[in-house]
Design a protein around this ligand. Sequence first.
Ligand code: DC
Length: 222
Amino acid sequence: MTQLAPVITIDGPTASGKGTVAHRVAQALGWGVLDSGALYRLTALAVLRSNISPKDGPSVVRAAQELDVVFHAEGILLGGREVSEDIRQEQVGNLASHIAPNPALRAALLARQRAFRVKPGLVADGRDMGTVVFTDAPLKIFLVADVQARAERRCKQLIEKGISANLADLLGDMRERDARDINRAVAPLVAAPDAHTVDSSNLTVEQTVQSILDLWSVVAGK
Ligand code: DC
């Protein structure tokens, strides 16, 4: 039997730095990246751009099944249109979090996510990478940071991109989004029992990346 490619899962709340850290870890190892949140955001964007009501579960699931998406080095195409910036809007992230509890939607996105597992390896970031999608991953990280630090980071990121942002609003939205992601019945945001928790509140991106690479060296050396 051919051995499956190794996976490092990085789960955590919104704006914990998962995306940046996942890309840097993947770059250091020469591996691919799965930004699973992008699939939920793409579904949310497809819903927003059609006449589908977010409350119409079966139609939302169909939109996910029919996602015409291409991930390429510089961005993401949805139906042939570049959408990497559009899916980062707070409105899209919030809708993604609203539709994400639907088990049929999660099931519809499962095969797409697992298809990213190719050699030499994959760094997968999301909420349930270690608990549902890649339960056999040899290294699982639960990346946390306090909500104030995360809201400040997101505010800075949005302003740098020329998108208007208000810290108090972001803090409120983030608390609500955390509560929704943590309290949902299906695939809630929770650390896998075998995950290593890394708190990045007081770490730079480089320090966070290094701590994950150090953990990987131990696992890979076994
Ligand atoms: O990581 P993110 O902020 O891009 O994710 C947007 C939303 O998508 C998040 O609030 C919940 C949902 N999501 C999920 O349910 N499971 C994942 N693996 C990734 C994201």
